[in-house]
Design a protein around this ligand. Structure first.
Ligand code: G6P
Length: 472
């Protein structure tokens, strides 16, 4: 089997297992942004992708898909319980999102995390060419960089962290904090969404490991008198802006947006689009909106909130509790403020194809992104990309990574319900000239910094490390 110049390692493969036309299982490309981001480099570099196939106990040999090698890692039900739902999403996810939910520190989960990370690392080490690149993605695989380095010291390793990296005082709670830092420092380049995340990471390194840091670099001691330099800096991820713009110009999607708008009927349409996750601030948004209705600042026919909450991690208790709470709140608000003609909140616990999302973005006068903490939030960038006529208002949490680039949005602190109510009213009432001024600035940012540029700048930095190493 030929080996690949670039091996991407992510928890999920870029494909979903579906039923083919003849009833046989088949694979279909999943719509995620990362897949699009890496598509071009993967093609040009002869790439492979190591990841989980999305179902328990799936035993599938590596296979070709669209010119790349996909290498499925098999996870048992116990692995999924302890590594995925447990350590990844019951420990790291809440801890790194500022303990919005309480993280659980279970030794059996940690053991599974180590075991499963090793399986991913072994698959990557097996499939990467001599002197090639391995690019590890996200918090589920923080130990993989070091494990790959031990197995394959000849390769250059990158790691990108898609979620926040927390302040030292929070990170320090993790019983396995040193092992996690060592794992990440196995990479040559460690990428983060925000400058603040890279700063938090460096601070944890200085406090816990006492390694010196300077600018974007960390000096990691190796054997006596030798050291290795690791780059740790921010590379804000983005979207394939041109693809969203194209969709927004398609006549059928424009028609669909008009139809949605008419069906909703109210004067203003406010939209929320999130995975059903406690980090997204859906409860806070509903509270603010419910109070605006209660106070009479918004009357029934004046606005409708469409809230899409796509199903996520249903095996994790905190997500089950959140779903119950949100659905009860939606039902209460609708019971109190809907009329026969107008529904106050249209709540949809479903995922939608990209075409339908673009139609909704086009139909929405106001987009509400009120996350309590979010690595980036690509929904904010998608909304901005499709608003080609420069209308529409983005309400954006200052705790989402996107706020660093989209400072012309209406920035909110979602914990401040009174403040959020005022901002929502400002959004609904904003004159078109102000909408256009803000949207123009934001669109320029999103269009100039698309996901391809993100991928290229990260890979350029890994390549630079490789060139320096080859030269020395
Ligand atoms: C976040 C994470 C990703 C993850 C995605 C969906 O965006 O950063 O790594 O894939 O959520 O979550 P799931 O648990 O369904 O993969």
């Amino acid at each position: 089997m030929s080996r690949a110049d670039l091996v991407v390692v992510a928890n999920r493969l870029p494909v979903d297992r579906v039923e083919g036309p003849d009833g046989e299982p088949a694979w279909r490309r999943s719509p995620g942004g990362l897949v699009t981001a890496l598509e071009q480099v993967m093609q040009s570099l002869d790439g492979a992708w190591v990841g989980w196939g999305g179902q328990p106990d799936l035993q599938v040999e590596p296979f070709e898909f669209d010119g790349n090698l996909l290498v499925p890692v098999s996870l048992t039900r116990a692995d999924l319980r302890d590594y995925y739902e447990g350590f990844s999403n019951g420990t790291i996810w809440p801890l790194y999102h500022d303990v919005i939910a309480a993280p659980e520190f279970k030794r059996s989960w940690w053991d599974a995390y180590v075991r499963v990370n090793r399986r991913f690392a072994e698959a990557a080490a097996e499939h990467v060419a001599d002197g090639g690149f391995v690019w590890v993605q996200d918090y589920q695989l923080q130990l993989v960089p070091q494990m790959v380095r031990e197995l394959r010291p000849d390769v250059t390793i990158g790691y990108f962290h898609h979620i926040p990296f927390p302040a030292y005082a929070l990170f320090a709670q993790l019983p396995w904090r040193r092992q996690v830092l060592d794992g990440l420092l196995g990479a040559d380049v460690v990428g983060f969404q925000r400058v603040a995340d890279a700063g938090n990471f460096q601070r944890s390194i200085r406090r816990l490991l006492k390694y010196p840091t300077k600018g974007d670099t960390i000096t990691v001691p190796t054997v006596e008198d030798e050291s290795r330099v690791v780059v740790a800096k921010s590379y804000p991820i983005s979207i394939d802006a041109s693809q969203f713009i194209e969709l927004a110009q398609r006549p059928d999607i424009i028609e669909r947006a008009k139809a949605l708008r008419e069906q909703v009927g109210s004067e203003k349409l406010m939209l929320g689009v999130d995975r059903l996750d406690y980090t997204k601030g859906i409860r806070h948004r509903l509270k603010a909106y419910g109070e605006l209705l209660a106070d009479g600042r918004i009357k029934g026919h004046e606005a409708t909130l469409v809230q899409i909450a796509s199903p996520s991690r249903p095996g994790v208790e905190a997500y089950q509790d959140l779903r119950d709470e949100i659905e009860m709140t939606v039902a209460r608000i609708n019971g109190d403020y809907s009329t026969v003609e107008n529904t106050a909140i249209r709540y949809l616990h479903q995922g939608y194809p990209r075409e339908e999302m673009v139609a909704l973005y086009l139909a929405a006068d106001v987009m509400l992104v009120t996350a309590l903490r979010d690595g980036m939030n690509l929904v904010a960038k998608e909304y901005v990309a499709v608003r080609g006529d420069n209308t529409g208002v983005l309400v954006l949490s200052e705790f989402a990574g996107a706020a660093d680039e989209l400072g012309s949005a209406l920035l909110v602190n979602p914990h401040d319900i009174e403040g959020m109510k005022d901002i929502m009213m400002r959004a609904v009432e904003m004159p078109e000239a102000e909408q256009a001024r803000r949207m123009k600035t934001m669109r320029r940012k999103v269009l100039d910094n698309d996901v391809e540029k993100w991928g290229r700048s990260f890979l350029d930095d890994i390549d630079e490390v490789r060139r320096r190493r080859n030269a020395s």
